[in-house]
Design a protein around this ligand. Structure first.
Ligand SMILES: [Zn+2]
Ligand SMILES: [Zn+2]
Length: 336
C-alpha cells in the first residue's frame, strides 16, 4: 500500500534529491526510506528470465501525440506529457513491470537547467531566441528504463587482410593474406533501452551512470517523480544486444589486425556468463517547440551531461553561405 502522506501534517511526501530521503512538500519533514540498500545485483539470464511485476498498482499516462507512456505511483497525477507538453493524456491503472534497481537523481532541477543553458550556448547554429523558448517548467525528472548486462564472448573468426605498400618504384602494391583466430571479449554494464522511443545509442551516449549507486528498487524513490514504461521484452533486448556487441567485436578484430583493412570477415560468437538487471536511470527531460516541431533534450541526472537536438537557424546558415560566396568572389578578383 502506497503511503505518501506526511505523519506530521498530511502533506505529500516526495523523494528529495538533496537528502536522498523522502521530504514533505508542506512542512519539510524528512522521512527515511525504509530498507534502503545500495547495489541491486545482476542475476543470471536464461531463456525463462522474466521481469518482476508489482504488487502495488501504478498509474499509466499515455500520450497520443508523442506515443510515450509514463508511469507514476497510483495517487499521483500527471497533467502534461513530460516529453512533448500535450495535455490530452489517457490514464490507465495498470500493474506493470517494476525495475530491480534504481539510480536516484543526484542533480536537482536548477543544476540540470544550468547544464542545459550551458549546452545551448555552445550550439552555434541554434537560433538566438531559443533560450527563451526552453523553459524551466518543461524540465521533468524522468526515470528511463534499461537493461544492464554483463557477459563474456568467445569468438572464432576468419577473413582476408589487405595491405597496401608503396614500392621503391613509387607504385603501390596490394597484398592479401587469409587469417583466422579466436578471441575473448568481456562486456560490463552494457546497456540496452527498454523503451522503444529511446534509442540505446542515446543511452550509451549519455551513459556514465554510476552503477555502484544502484539501489534495490522501492516505490518511495518514485514519489513525486515519473518513469517511462517498459515496452521491450527482455529476450528481444538480448537478441539486439548480441547483434550490437558482435558488431563491436568485429570492429575490434579489424582494429587489432595488422592489416589496413579486412575483407570477408566471418565471426562466430558464443555468449556465456550472461547476467542482467532491469534498471531505472535518472534523466531530466526537456522539450521545446520550435516552428511547430518538438525537440527533446536529455540531461543525465547524475553528471549533467546533455544529449539532444537543437534546431538550426535558417538565417545563420543563410548568411554563413552568403559570406563564403563573398569571400570566394573576393579571392577570385584578387588572385585572378
Ligand atoms: Zn508534513
Ligand atoms: Zn507526449
Amino acid at each position: 500500500m502506497i503511503d505518501n502522506k506526511c505523519k506530521n501534517c498530511g502533506g505529500e511526501l516526495i523523494y528529495d534529491v538533496a537528502s536522498g530521503e523522502l521530504k514533505c512538500k508542506q512542512c519539510d519533514t524528512i522521512v527515511d526510506i525504509p530498507e534502503q540498500s545500495a547495489n541491486a545485483v545482476k542475476i543470471d539470464y536464461t531463456s525463462s528470465s522474466k521481469l518482476n511485476t508489482s504488487n502495488e498498482e501504478y498509474a499509466q499516462f499515455s500520450c497520443a501525440t508523442c506515443g510515450r507512456k509514463h508511469i507514476t505511483p497510483i495517487n499521483q497525477e500527471l497533467h502534461n506529457c513530460p516529453s512533448c507538453g500535450d495535455c490530452n493524456l489517457e490514464k490507465n491503472v495498470s500493474v506493470s513491470y517494476i525495475p530491480d534497481g534504481i539510480i536516484p537523481f543526484k542533480l536537482d532541477k536548477e543544476k540540470a537547467m544550468q547544464s542545459f543553458a550551458q549546452w545551448l550556448r555552445k550550439r552555434f547554429w541554434a537560433p538566438n531566441n531559443l533560450k527563451k523558448l526552453a523553459k524551466t517548467e518543461s524540465l521533468k525528472g524522468t526515470y528511463f528504463p534499461l537493461y544492464n548486462y554483463d557477459f563474456n564472448c568467445h569468438s572464432k573468426f576468419s577473413g582476408v587482410g589487405v595491405k597496401t605498400k608503396t614500392g621503391l618504384d613509387g607504385k603501390s602494391y596490394t597484398t592479401r593474406h587469409k587469417f583466422k583466430g579466436e578471441r575473448e571479449d568481456c562486456f560490463v554494464n552494457y546497456v540496452d533501452s527498454a523503451n522503444a522511443t529511446i534509442p540505446s545509442g542515446l543511452l550509451r551516449e549519455m551513459a556514465n551512470f554510476d552503477y555502484s549507486q544502484c539501489y534495490v528498487y522501492r516505490t518511495e524513490f518514485l514519489y513525486g517523480w515519473i518513469g517511462l514504461d517498459n515496452n521491450i521484452d527482455i529476450h528481444n533486448s538480448f537478441i539486439k544486444v548480441q547483434q550490437t556487441s558482435k558488431q563491436e567485436i568485429e570492429k575490434r578484430i579489424e582494429k587489432d589486425s595488422k592489416y589496413d583493412r579486412v575483407e570477408n570477415l566471418i565471426c562466430e560468437t558464443t555468449y556465456s556468463g550472461v547476467k542482467y538487471n532491469y534498471l531505472y536511470v535518472p534523466v531530466w527531460v526537456n522539450y521545446y517547440n520550435y516552428k511547430g516541431k518538438v525537440y527533446n533534450c536529455f540531461i543525465n541526472g547524475l553528471t549533467g551531461k546533455v544529449s539532444g537536438d537543437a534546431p538550426k537557424s535558417f538565417w545563420k546558415r543563410f548568411f554563413a553561405i552568403l559570406g563564403l560566396i563573398a569571400v570566394g568572389v573576393l579571392f577570385y578578383y584578387l588572385l585572378g
